[in-house]
Write a protein that binds this ligand. Structure first.
Ligand SMILES: CC(C)(COP(=O)([O-])OP(=O)([O-])OC[C@H]1O[C@@H](n2cnc3c(N)ncnc32)[C@H](O)[C@@H]1OP(=O)([O-])[O-])[C@@H](O)C(=O)NCCC(=O)NCCSC(=O)C[C@@](C)(O)CC(=O)[O-]
Length: 317
């Protein structure tokens, strides 16, 4: 199975060489952090990421502050960050209360709703089964669309669940179809705990793609076991041209035991650039942003590519 990917030529046609990278560091990256990152730093992080050339920068979550205290400053974040032309700034919304709060800010024009492909994870994450949560999300999506707010969808634990084990790809397909039918413009398939491999991700995608077209899908890999880039490659081979990632590989999910950071944006951009894809994002600027964030927030988090490029930059000085 693996040889097929290794031997397959990397000269993708120009028509298919555009790739959208969705930057989720300010939301997914910070939601599980032990310490609260000050609002001012979050806002500057979003502004700096916007200047890198992303077309989508996810900013925060309108979830319960009791559940995710790290993003309790969502009102201030959306009010204070800049809005670059052509950049979408979705916020995560779990229910109608979150949508109401997001709409009350008067500045949110895109939300992301999230469901899961296992009851075990869904109950831990949103205190509802998959079916119960889908019912709520269909309502939320309808209300948002009626208010001219675009809606992106997520499906979590598409390969494996920390509570229920291996996940049936048919369930992933059904949840994805439901979110698209509700009106989401795209659904991002999340390997929340990063357990997927070329083999399992490939099988999952083959099943989902029997039901929905590749243009309606994005992928969202966590790099817990170092498999994220191979899984992006599999997704590309199947026609998917959008992936989520987070600057410096920040991230994790508080309700997914063992989940480490997202696929790092710098690693994804290097991989895409090296394989002939155009993203419109300036890799070196993203590395500078990671460097700034580490200094500003007192972190020492580096992607592999970020560490390598940063070392080269320092040599030149
Ligand atoms: C969904 C709930 C709220 C249900 O939580 P619940 O406790 O069942 O909610 P409830 O409806 O019973 O309400 C309880 C209290 O929360 C309040 N409340 C209720 N909703 C809201 C809201 N939106 N904003 C602010 N407050 C809210 C509500 O008003 C009430 O307040 P009280 O009366 O106790 O003072 C909760 O489970 C929750 O907030 N969960 C969010 C968990 C989360 O954010 N997880 C991480 C994001 S998912 C993820 O990271 C995966 C992803 C997307 O990245 C992809 C991947 O990697 O797979």
């Amino acid at each position: 199975m693996l040889t097929k990917w290794i031997l397959s030529p990397r000269n993708y046609s120009t028509a298919a060489n555009r790739f959208r990278v969705v930057e989720v560091g300010a939301r997914d990256g910070l939601q599980a952090e032990k310490k609260f990152v000050p609002t001012k730093i979050k806002v500057e992080l979003i502004d700096r990421l916007s200047a890198c050339g992303f077309s989508t920068v996810e900013t925060t979550s309108f979830v319960s502050p009791k559940w995710i205290p790290q993003l309790a400053d969502h009102n201030d974040v959306v009010a204070q960050h800049q809005r670059f032309p052509g950049v979408a700034y979705p916020v995560l919304v779990p229910n109608s209360a979150g949508l109401k709060n997001a709409m009350a800010t008067g500045v949110v024009d895109e939300i992301a709703v999230f469901a899961a492909a296992s009851d075990g994870f869904s109950k831990k994450n949103v205190n509802a089964t998959v079916e119960e949560s889908l019912k709520k999300l269909i309502e939320v999506t309808k209300t948002a669309l009626d208010a001219n707010i675009r809606v992106r969808g997520y499906v979590s634990v598409v390969v494996g669940c920390p509570y229920d084990g291996a996940v049936n790809p048919e369930v992933v397909a059904r949840v994805t179809e439901t979110l698209l039918a509700a009106g989401c413009y795209e659904v991002s398939l999340g390997d929340t705990i990063g357990v997927g491999t070329v083999n399992t991700v490939s099988k999952m995608l083959d099943t989902v793609l029997k039901h929905v077209p590749a243009e309606k899908l994005a992928v969202h890999f966590h790099d817990t076991y170092g498999q994220a880039l191979s899984n992006v490659l599999v997704s590309i081979e199947k026609g998917i041209r959008a992936a989520d990632s987070s600057v410096a590989g920040l991230g994790g999910c508080p309700y997914a035991k063992g989940a480490t950071g997202n696929l790092a944006t710098e690693d994804l951009l290097y991989f895409l650039r090296g394989n002939g894809f155009e993203t419109g994002v300036d890799l070196e600027k993203v590395v500078e942003t990671a460097k700034w964030f580490n200094l500003a927030a007192g972190y020492d988090k580096w992607s592999r590519v970020g560490a390598a490029i940063s070392a080269k930059m320092e040599k030149k000085i």
